[in-house]
Design a protein around this ligand. Sequence first.
Ligand SMILES: CC(C)(COP(=O)(O)OP(=O)(O)OC[C@H]1O[C@@H](n2cnc3c(N)ncnc32)[C@H](O)[C@@H]1OP(=O)(O)O)[C@@H](O)C(=O)NCCC(=O)NCCS
Length: 214
Amino acid sequence: MGESVVVETLDPCRMAPEDALRCARLLTSVWPPKEPPDAPPAPVQNMPSHAGPSAQAPARYVIRLPDGEIGAHALVFAREIVTARGRETVLALAAVCVKEDCRGLGWGREVVRKALARVDAGDFAWALFQTSKPVFYEKLGCRAIDNPIINSAASDSSAPVPWDPVVMVYPAAALPEGAIDLLGPFWQAAQSAPGRPLFRFATTSSAIRNGTAS
Ligand SMILES: CC(C)(COP(=O)(O)OP(=O)(O)OC[C@H]1O[C@@H](n2cnc3c(N)ncnc32)[C@H](O)[C@@H]1OP(=O)(O)O)[C@@H](O)C(=O)NCCC(=O)NCCS
């Protein structure tokens, strides 16, 4: 990564309208909405105000291009789950992406490092996320897990809730055996109102309804 590249922190609860649109432009370029295919991007929605500890506030970590557009993006937020250890608040990582012509420059690594630094700093004990690119995350100290993922808030709690093929944790040694109960859909933030998506568009059929993908 060049020394001039800076990872900026945006508050997902109070996005400037221009940045909400810039994030949407990047996200829709990576995950085009299916219907209608050529609709202009809708700005990402503000997340509900964070009601938990300030150390666990959500953030969008971005790298900006010289023209102000956003070239790399990662969203983090607190999520409450239940493991064999009991109820815990963990760092959720989502919507990690880099503009196509900026890939291979270390930008993805830098926004994810900034996100995982919240765990290193002790704000969260560990991070949990789903992905289709496990090797990228393994290089950053994450580990794929095969714990069953359930959502006891759904009518069928045995239904597979992640839509990406791999669920990972950081740090690698973070987790006890046994099921992880998300107590809601995979995308839902601990402090968000039930049913409220993180942003208004997405890519796969489930993500279109649900709001975001990692
Ligand atoms: C995956 C993605 C975020 C990587 O961003 P990037 O800026 O190109 O990656 P970086 O340049 O920071 O790469 C860091 C390291 O990961 C590796 N890497 C990057 N993408 C990878 C991939 N798809 N599979 C395996 N390794 C990958 C790089 O080779 C590099 O390795 P090195 O440290 O040994 O040199 C980017 O390709 C992207 O936006 N893809 C589309 C959206 C997506 O799939 N997001 C992932 C979340 S599921």
